[in-house]
Design a protein around this ligand. Structure first.
Ligand code: MG
Length: 250
């Protein structure tokens, strides 16, 4: 009996001693990660200017190095005064390079002479991977359907606000795009995701797309799988201009 009491007492004392043992002491350096060192990028002079790791897609002069028309031929748009302008009826512009995830800077200007209304005024578009349109439209005092105005992911997400400048003024889009990943059956494993900053104002906050942009009907959830694709600019018949286009692959 005495032995049993002694054993119980010993076990109790050991348990108390063990419980009081200090947990491993964390130190600041134990959660610091040093390698590999973060790559250095030299920023542009202003946030509008291309940083050192960007691919300049259009510098205001040379269009043909990076762009073709929709059928792969010479681009049909007009390069003049440091910008490229839609030439009605010549079709889209398309990058020769193809991209997956990226950060894109592009500047656009709707014509100073206001012609048309709603979707007919200064309409163009920046198509991400040829399939997903960020709408370009003159929405300065120009009502249209909210999910089709400037800064919308056309017919899928209205912009959070209307940050349009006056017609004839240069405007900026900074677009952060994550390409979709696919299941074997062609459905999205993760959908395309887009953030858009219009003239420094957040208008799309990491929104998910349901499928490729559709003019009529609901975007398809199931499409053919696609890999890297081009950036394309829309010819909607209005003389919209573009300049200072650069991209960083992510
Ligand atoms: Mg458009």
């Amino acid at each position: 009996m005495k032995n049993r009491i002694l054993t119980i007492l010993l076990l109790f004392v050991s348990a108390v001693v063990l419980a009081q043992e200090e947990p491993m002491q964390m130190k600041p350096e134990m959660t610091e990660i040093w390698d590999p060192e973060v790559a250095v990028v030299t920023p542009g002079e202003t946030p509008m200017d291309a940083p050192s790791d960007a691919i300049v897609l259009f510098d205001g002069v040379d269009l043909e190095s990076e762009w073709t028309s929709g059928n792969g031929g010479k681009p049909g748009w007009t390069v003049e005064d440091g910008c490229v302008t839609v030439k009605r009826g010549t079709g889209i512009l398309k990058t020769k390079r193809v991209f997956e995830d990226f950060q894109l800077h592009i500047e656009w200007r709707s014509p100073s002479e206001v012609v048309g209304e709603s979707q007919g005024r200064g309409n163009s578009g920046v198509f991400l991977q040829e399939l997903y349109e960020v709408q370009v439209l003159d929405n300065y005092n120009n009502r249209t359907y909210r999910n089709g105005q400037a800064g919308s992911l056309y017919k899928q997400h209205a912009p959070l606000v209307n940050a349009c400048k006056k017609p004839g003024e240069w405007q900026t889009y900074d677009i952060i795009y994550t390409a979709p990943r696919f299941n074997d059956d062609g459905t999205y494993f993760t959908p395309p995701m887009v953030t858009v900053i219009h003239n420094g104002v957040l208008v799309q906050n990491h929104v998910k797309l349901r499928g490729p942009t559709q003019y009529i009907g609901v975007p398809e959830y199931t499409i053919e799988k696609h890999g890297p694709k081009s950036i394309t600019l829309q010819d909607h018949g209005n003389p919209v201009s573009f300049r200072n286009i650069w991209i960083r692959e992510l």
